[in-house]
Design a protein around this ligand. Structure first.
Ligand code: ACO
Length: 320
């Protein structure tokens, strides 16, 4: 039986950091409101040069380095992003060009904040099926570029960044299972209402629009269900998990979920306080941070989950 395993991780964060205090000078908010509702204290914000392909490239290089590989070893590139550099070509092609390689498949997956879970699942299937041996999987977003900076209810929530993993074929797991879901009926709870210039309607803005309470309620329930599903599929319980790496949308969602799952916060990797919600980058950024600071060790069991606009959500159970 073939499995895929994480051979290396990497990440990139934009140089510019914006604190809550700085935001409070631009919109009617306070550090106290943001921290108490979301746990967010600061976020990284991209410059125009720090596009998704640029950040994904740097995260990918770090992951290759950690895996002891170079770009020529790759068989495929998958980039999860909702904020591509261009309408076309896709971000994975631009990243491939930055890596200086050609002729391997390179494509994007647009699944909002759940993008990394989806991309990881696709890469895992290609490796298990025997078609590919080594795949670069990137989660990257520049949500600050699609944020309405006059809307205090959304602009405090988001940040930019990229995370990456190298998935490689292995005889032992690796990725034990991935679990993906979607519910398009919830399309208006969290969306960017307009996108294509030729189809834009009057009064619709190309910015994130969100019903915060609806997102909160749905997220806690859906994430609990998918975590339980992942554990049951592997005949495991919460006590088997060494590290829980949740989507970093909001500390209240993370703690509500940890409470429901009876997971100690000591086992939860949290970056939302410094990164805010980086969408498809949030889980691989948190993963890379905890790998690099030594919390996550080889052989440990990891549970990843994420949810995004759609709604789309998913989880992965992994032996690191
Ligand atoms: N500063 C100060 N006041 C604010 C701000 C702000 N930044 N934003 C909203 N308010 C005000 C509102 O206008 C409202 O005022 P009103 O009562 O006079 O009308 C008041 O605060 C309360 O607003 P609520 O929406 O009820 O606040 P709530 O406690 O629900 O918190 C929040 C809002 C943080 C958005 C919450 O609903 C939430 O966490 N939702 C989940 C959203 C999320 O995580 N989205 C991320 C993207 S989705 C994803 O990745 C899964």
């Amino acid at each position: 039986m073939k499995y895929s395993r994480i051979a290396g991780t990497g990440s990139y964060l934009p140089k510019k950091i914006v604190t809550n205090e700085e935001l409070a000078q631009k919109v009617d908010t306070t550090d106290e409101w943001i921290v108490s509702r979301t746990g967010i204290r600061a976020r990284h914000m991209s410059s125009p040069e720090e596009t998704s392909s640029y950040m994904g490239y740097h995260a990918g290089l770090h992951a290759l380095e950690a895996a002891g590989l170079n770009a020529n070893d790759l068989d495929m590139i998958i980039v999860a992003t909702t904020t591509p550099d261009k309408g076309l070509p896709n971000t994975a092609c631009l990243l491939q060009e930055r890596l200086g390689i050609t002729n391997i498949p390179a494509f994007d997956i647009t699944v909002a904040c759940a993008g990394f879970a989806y991309a990881l699942s696709v890469a895992d299937q290609y490796i298990r099926g025997g078609m590919m041996k080594t795949i670069l999987v990137v989660g990257v977003d520049v949500l600050t570029a699609v944020t309405n900076w006059e809307d205090r209810s959304t602009c405090v929530l988001f940040g930019d960044g990229a995370g990456a993993v190298i998935l490689q074929a292995a005889d032992k797991p690796g990725i034990l299972s991935t679990h993906l879901h979607a519910d398009g009926r919830q399309k208006d709870s969290l969306c960017i209402p307009t996108w294509l210039p030729g189809q834009s309607k009057k009064n619709e803005l190309p910015y994130i629009s969100m019903d915060g309470r609806a997102v909160f309620r749905f997220a806690v329930r859906a994430l609990e269900e998918v975590v339980v599903e992942a554990l049951a599929a592997n005949h495991m319980s919460q006590t088997d998990i060494d590290w829980f790496i949740p989507h970093q949308a909001n500390l209240r969602i993370i703690t509500a979920l940890a409470e429901k799952l009876e997971l100690s916060l000591d086992k939860v990797v949290i970056t939302v306080d410094r990164h805010a919600n980086t969408s498809a980058a949030s889980v691989p950024l948190a993963l890379d941070e905890a790998v690099r600071d030594g919390r996550i060790q080889r052989g440990q069991t990891l549970l990843l989950e994420a949810i995004g606009g759609g709604f789309v959500w998913g989880a992965a159970l992994i032996i690191y």
